[in-house]
Ligand binder design. Sequence first.
Ligand code: PGA
Length: 254
Amino acid sequence: MQRVPLVAGNWKMNTTVPEGLDKAAELVQAQRPEDVEVAVLPPFTHLWPMRDVLRGSGIALGAQDVFWEDAGAFTGEVSPAWLSGWCDHVLVGHSERRHLLGETDEQVHRKLARALTHRLRAIVAVGETLEERESGATLEVVHRQVDVAFAGIDAGAMARCVVAYEPVWAIGTGRTATPELAQEVCHAIRLRLARLFGDEVAGATRILYGGSVTAENAADLFAQADIDGGLVGGVSLKPAEFLQVVAAASGVRR
Ligand code: PGA
């Protein structure tokens, strides 16, 4: 069993299509370590043209969300069936969707399950709010999010799943979790996956940390035993710094 580190850039609702394609081209032209997987998750509008920019580069393409049905009267939603075969990853359960848009654990599960039926790879984001942390509920919240998201998912499909631990209070705030604190929760997530799917699957599943990851703090975070890379927001919009985060994940294959 080996876990290859993954660094994924979540661009959120930033960049026009031309700006995004320029940034992707910068990443393609740059030197990158060969032992780190890299993914970019631009807005939906960018995905199709960006596929051409990234082709042959080894940089994977991901969507920031996806819907739980394939087609129908769901105004504004994007079908996983449309992404299947050319878009590598989908992110589900990001805290901005949970907290700004009211997405539930159950909806996150439905999105994950449907994405997996289309052979997409899924990054499942979980994490506690500041209030939940301060009241001592962190592990309870993260366990619940993991349990509901992965309920009934086939163990074989776990090879296409990544978990991202993103404490809500660390996202976009410049307040990164300490490496020890991030490790503690990522380890708890791995134990939870072991309960659901057994040790082998849990040991092979990548768990990322996200929340104010920068070129300065990435190496210490990625050095932790259960942190297999990062989900990077703000810094992913700056290709040079993002590439430094990618470089920090080199050599951490486990
Ligand atoms: P941040 O965002 O790196 O800007 O904190 C992380 C995320 O939301 O995935």
